[in-house]
Design a protein around this ligand. Structure first.
Ligand code: ADP
Ligand code: MG
Length: 240
């Protein structure tokens, strides 16, 4: 689905990503771990082309995103990729429901009726129905993060990118988000999530460990069980 070929990224002549290559297959669940400042978020933004790369290319279903005209790229991002950020990044002057439908309204691909119906279904599924008219500041962190997953899903994306989705959540709220991600992946959604929590990465089928802007190690799990212990051992070996 996505081929990342030797991408590099510099900010002010400082190299943040250095020759990173890997592939994401349809239905994959990729976890990205690594020390703070190692380039995890930059990698996510580069792959999704929210941020340009300094070198290399990203192929999405064979199409080179770096060469796509800006208008087409924006539409591509809006309809094929969903984003979830650590602090949800919802608009504070809109209700939860209006935040969720906004990317659908911007895409203008479907009728408002269809978008609203999908939003309601998603909210029900994420167990936040009833919060439609609430202000962003009137819901819990976990509810807000689940709302931001609804927003990321509103245009039926093909891949979901998440940057530390549970970073601001307590343990119970983290479990809820994890169960949702696991469910979505079982239904075929391709997922790539940055996380510093082994508990979250343990749900992934493939874990990339980023260090100094490079993939220092990659682990693939063959069985679909909870890999937390195996992952802990791997991380211990990597960091000691
Ligand atoms: P991580 O998500 O792994 O903690 P980031 O990808 O956010 O790391 O950042 C990697 C490095 O790139 C850091 O040193 C950070 O300061 C730098 N960086 C990130 N974004 C920018 C930017 N827009 N301008 C300059 N430097 C940046
Ligand atoms: Mg980050």
């Amino acid at each position: 689905m996505i081929k990342v070929e030797q991408i590099s990224k510099s900010f002010n002549n400082l190299e943040i990503l250095n020759n990173v290559s890997f592939e994401i297959k349809r239905g994959d669940f990729v976890g990205v771990m690594g020390p703070s400042g190692s380039g995890k978020s930059t990698l996510l933004y580069s792959i999704s082309q929210m941020d340009s790369v300094s070198g290399g290319r990203i192929l999405f279903e064979g199409r080179n995103l770096s060469e796509m005209p800006e208008v087409e790229l924006s539409e591509f991002r809006l309809t094929k990729m969903g984003f979830v950020f650590q602090n949800a990044q919802m608009l504070k002057n809109l209700s939860i429901f209006n935040n969720i439908i906004l990317p659908g309204l911007i895409a203008k691909k479907e009728t408002v009726h269809i978008i609203r119906e999908r939003a309601s279904k998603l909210m029900k599924r994420m167990e936040i129905e009833g919060l439609e008219e609430r202000d962003v500041r009137e819901v819990s962190g976990g509810q807000l993060q689940r709302a931001s997953i609804c927003r990321a899903m509103i245009n039926n994306p093909e891949i979901l990118f998440l940057d530390e989705p549970t970073g601001a959540l307590n343990s119970a709220a983290t479990d809820q988000v994890l169960a949702i991600l696991e469910d979505l992946n079982h239904e075929g959604m391709t997922i790539m999530t940055v996380t510093h929590e082994p508990r979250v990465a343990a749900k992934a089928k493939k874990v990339l460990y980023i260090q100094d802007g490079q993939i220092a190690a990659c682990k693939e799990f063959l069985t679909v069980t909870d890999h937390e212990r195996e992952l802990d051992k791997w991380l211990m070996e990597l960091t000691h």
